[in-house]
Design a protein around this ligand. Structure first.
Ligand code: HEM
Length: 206
């Protein structure tokens, strides 16, 4: 029997929305020398969130684990064909096509934040700065596709995936839901980000 079940644990949801805020705010503060300190602080926050997500991909709950959205090329093709036929296969976690944008965003986010940290070094060459900018623009394109994919998937499956990224809930069989939410870890993540922000903005690390 289908019912509302928990799919996304709290740390995965907190990671997602803090990442959106950090990336968005870092982008908006990137073009002003006066706001450079904020830009750098937001970049460190993005890097910290991504390092957490890397660990959570191995230690997290069922649908947060990397192996739950590590699909073979054949599975991506089968999903695409089912989409084109108008009856997309249903996945509780990331679907095979959506997982491509998820992998790309995680990798690009890591690349952008690491090149950002490298660009802060005194001996950083122009190439690092250039790569940082180019990767950010590529990421913006992937984000646009990601949002489009989420909206299309929501329409085709008649399921609001954006709401699910807030509530953690989707429709499915009771036996497929996760048992633990790790709310305390989500609270710790928010506290860590807020504390880092205030400490850094007062006394930048470099
Ligand atoms: C307002 C804009 C955005 C919306 C509405 C949105 C929505 C979503 C939704 C619904 C999912 C879950 C997809 C699924 O059900 O399979 C998701 C996953 C994801 N999104 Fe977004 N997203 C947005 C912006 C972004 C941005 C800006 C980034 C990157 C900076 C991003 C990176 C990711 C990643 C990495 C995941 C995988 C989450 C995980 O497994 O930890 N999203 N997004």
């Amino acid at each position: 029997m289908t019912q509302r079940i928990l799919v996304w644990d709290v740390p995965t949801r907190v990671f997602h929305w803090l990442q959106v805020l950090a990336f968005g705010a870092a982008y908006l503060t990137a073009f002003s020398e006066r706001l450079r300190n904020y830009h750098v602080a937001l970049g460190y926050i993005l890097l910290g969130l991504l390092v957490f997500r890397l660990l959570w991909g191995f230690a997290g709950t069922r649908y947060a684990r990397f192996r739950s959205f590590l699909f073979k090329p054949g599975e991506i093709v089968v999903y695409l064909v089912s989409m084109v036929k108008g009856h997309p296969l249903h996945y509780l976690g990331h679907n095979p096509v959506g997982s491509v944008s998820v992998w790309l965003l995680l990798a690009l986010g890591m690349f952008v934040s690491v090149t950002g940290v490298l660009a802060l070094q005194d001996d950083a060459g122009d190439l690092v700065v250039e790569l940082h900018g180019v990767a950010t623009n590529v990421m913006l394109g992937v984000i646009a596709l990601h949002i489009l994919g989420v909206l299309m998937s929501s329409i085709m499956h008649r399921e609001n995936l954006v709401r699910a990224m807030f509530t953690g809930l989707k429709s499915g069989g009771a036996e497929n839901g996760i048992q633990r939410t790790y709310g305390w870890l989500g609270v710790l993540m928010v506290i860590a980000v807020v504390v880092f922000w205030f400490v850094y903005v007062r006394k930048p690390l470099g």
